[in-house]
Design a protein around this ligand. Structure first.
Ligand SMILES: Nc1ncnc2c1ncn2[C@@H]1O[C@H](COP(=O)(O)OP(=O)(O)OP(=O)(O)O)[C@@H](O)[C@H]1O
Ligand SMILES: [Mg+2]
Length: 283
């Protein structure tokens, strides 16, 4: 009961701590040449999620980005990090995101993960225009639709592996029992059946990242963003964790964008896009 008690307390803390985001309307931008803008005549909506399907292509389009911009003001200087960037992510397709340090990979992933807001452009997830949503709706969309894996696992140190993975389910309203059961199931599929009760400090780096991946997947997201998810691991462990990540994402038909500096890992994905001059170009 002690563990359930601590989870309840954590749940309360988190529900009061919902991220406040800038609610300005995102300006509509005309799409530019890179990464292909949607051709509306070929689009249709389908299914409960009402995702758009592009005729003749395999996966449904889960995310569309048009004219995305992110500027930072540094004194009198304006840094244009993302410049009229376009992107589409499809179900079941894993896209590698590469580019030199400072090119904007983390910035882009945080914006697409709805953890940060752009200074221009439009993000459409399913049939919802993110810039037109209020904070509450955007937070719900993030919790229900998006999984995020960071370079450093960001697990809560005082909680076990199961509790860490159960947390997103509890936050989205699933009862404790079911949340724990589902968390256990996900950890088992990640090869962690023997590590359920371990705290992060009692896990190896690769195991910690597998827990972080299970946590990102447990809410059955449509989209997964990962920011150098194996950047902190040795090459062999990186390869192992990557294989599990790719297998899980493919099996579940998720659309994924994964930043990495490791080109051989990027080559294992379905396609590679490079951030160059604030835009995405085929690598
Ligand atoms: N809050 C901020 N204010 C000003 N500039 C910022 C801010 N956040 C990021 N930047 C700048 O934006 C650029 C892109 O940063 P970002 O972290 O997205 O790069 P990255 O491609 O992820 O790099 P790395 O491969 O090193 O992780 C960097 O030049 C960075 O200094
Ligand atoms: Mg980064």
């Amino acid at each position: 009961m002690h563990e359930t008690g601590t989870l309840s307390a954590l749940f309360k803390r988190h529900s009061m701590d919902v991220q406040v985001q800038d609610d300005r309307q995102i300006q509509q931008q005309p799409s530019s040449e890179n990464e292909g803008a949607p051709e509306d005549k070929n689009w249709k909506t389908s299914g409960v999620f009402r995702v758009r399907r592009f005729k003749g292509m395999e996966g449904e389009i889960l995310l569309t980005v048009q004219g995305l911009e992110k500027k930072y003001q540094q004194g009198t200087r304006t840094l244009n990090i993302l410049q009229k960037l376009n992107l589409r992510l499809r179900a079941g397709e894993i896209t590698a995101l590469v580019g030199p340090s400072g090119s904007g990979k983390s910035t882009l992933l945080h914006i697409l993960g709805l953890l940060d807001t752009p200074t221009g452009g439009q993000i459409i997830i399913g049939d919802q225009i993110v810039g037109k949503m209020n904070d509450r709706a955007r937070t719900r969309l993030r919790n229900q639709t998006i999984g995020f894996v960071y370079q450093f696992h960001h697990l809560l140190p005082e909680f076990s592996a199961v509790e860490n993975v159960a947390l997103p389910l509890i936050i989205s309203g699933t009862n404790m029992r079911e949340s724990r059961d589902r968390a256990e199931e996900y950890l088992k599929t990640m090869g962690l059946a023997e590590r359920l009760k371990h705290r992060p400090s009692e896990l190896s780096g690769g195991e910690q990242q597998r827990v972080a991946i299970a946590r990102a997947l447990v809410n059955q997201p449509k989209l997964l963003f990962a920011d150098e998810p194996t950047g902190n691991l040795d090459p062999e462990t990186s390869q192992e964790v990557f294989e599990i990540l790719l297998e899980q994402v493919h099996n579940r038909g998720i659309g994924a964008l994964i930043a990495t500096h490791n080109i051989s890992l990027a080559e294992e994905m379905d396609r590679i896009l490079e951030l160059k001059g604030g835009k995405l170009v085929p690598y």
